[in-house]
Design a protein around this ligand. Structure first.
Ligand SMILES: Cc1cc2nc3c(=O)[nH]c(=O)nc-3n(C[C@H](O)[C@H](O)[C@H](O)COP(=O)(O)OP(=O)(O)OC[C@H]3O[C@@H](n4cnc5c(N)ncnc54)[C@H](O)[C@@H]3O)c2cc1C
Length: 296
């Protein structure tokens, strides 16, 4: 196995163009597991760790440009107010050691339906900056996940950064696992309120072949909040709206039975998490300490 160690971004792109099958390695928390278990034996590993810019971020007026290798621990420490959903999701990843190494670029590279960054990215809204020697393109997150552990990257492309919309309202992330740390999600749910556009966005993890949004649930809730004047009044969301939102979110799942949980359990849990995250975010939005009227 050859180890390619480009000193800069252009060199990395040239190496990927020359060896499209080369496997990039950032934190290595997915790649090394695959190699150690002999699931993968690539001819070339492309080490991205000498490229400093991949571990940097920039906070712009509307979005955060997050370098592909920024570790979860940095997101938790420095970007909590700009990216609260992603910071909460980062908190649930594995252990401090893994959070110091692993990052969003690697989560996107693996594109596992269980990756914790995905529901938060889908809910916040973001674009993936993909580059090759041919140029740069922005891939909307909704078009990024193309199948089980498959993504929209071309063989010669690398992820340079992720452009994530800064939070304009409360965001939440909820994950069900078999214990509280060091677990891959049985299922997960991210929710972001966008008061500026009076919309709600969601992300579901580990309950379909790819991370998905609960689009029907979003549409229903957007209409219900608009028609009821909830955004202006900030009044409590009625239990029937919360229940219908939860049912539609559960309906957006297309899960399987596996060692971590049954399809039935996953659908049920996603519904519960949808209702809870709606309750939490809406309470934050209202700035009050009350809970959803009778919806618990
Ligand atoms: C013990 C343990 C526990 C874990 N727990 C969780 C968990 O709770 N939640 C969770 O989501 N994940 C978990 N993981 C998986 C892993 O930590 C995450 O997926 C992490 O985000 C991977 O990031 P990385 O930088 O280590 O990626 P790497 O392992 O370096 O790379 C992962 C994939 O992305 C590709 N890649 C990396 N960077 C780029 C780039 N710039 N451009 C294109 N492709 C790229 C690689 O080629 C590879 O296919 C766990 C892993 C371990 C070992």
């Amino acid at each position: 196995m050859d180890f390619l160690r480009p000193a800069g971004w252009e060199e990395a792109l040239a190496a990927k163009a020359e060896h499209p099958a080369a496997v990039p390695i950032a934190g290595g928390t997915d790649v090394m597991v695959e190699i150690n278990f002999d699931h993968r034996r690539p001819e070339h590993l492309l080490d991205l760790n000498r490229i400093g810019e991949l571990s940097e971020w920039e906070v712009g007026r509307e979005s955060v440009r997050l370098g592909a290798s920024v570790p979860y621990s940095a997101i938790m420490e420095h970007l909590r107010s700009e990216l609260p959903g992603l910071a909460l999701a980062s908190h649930t990843v594995a252990s401090p050691q893994i959070r110091n190494r692993g990052g969003v670029g690697g989560n996107l590279g693996t594109a596992s339906p269980a990756g914790d960054a995905h529901p938060a990215l889908l809910a916040a809204g973001c674009e993936v900056e993909a580059a090759s020697v041919r140029g740069t393109r922005m891939i909307p997150i909704d078009a990024f996940y193309t199948g089980v552990k498959r993504n929209a990257l071309e063989p010669d492309e690398l992820i340079r950064a992720v452009h994530i919309r800064k939070a304009d309202g409360p965001q939440q992330y909820s994950k069900v696992g078999t214990r509280n740390a060091m677990v891959i999600a049985v299922c997960a749910f991210g929710l972001a309120l966008h008061p500026e556009t009076r919309t709600v966005r969601t992300g579901i993890g580990s309950a379909a072949p790819t991370p998905v949004r609960a689009k029907e649930a979003e549409q229903f809730l957007n209409a219900a909040l608009e028609e009821g004047g909830f955004w202006e009044s900030g009044r409590i969301i009625t239990p029937s709206i919360a229940r219908q939102f939860a049912a539609l979110a559960a309906g957006a799942c297309n899960p399987i039975d596996d060692v971590r949980g049954t399809a039935r359990y996953r659908r049920h849990a996603v519904g519960i998490m949808a209702r809870r995250t709606l309750g939490w975010t809406w309470e934050q939005y209202r700035g009050a300490g009350r809970t959803l009227e009778g919806a618990a």
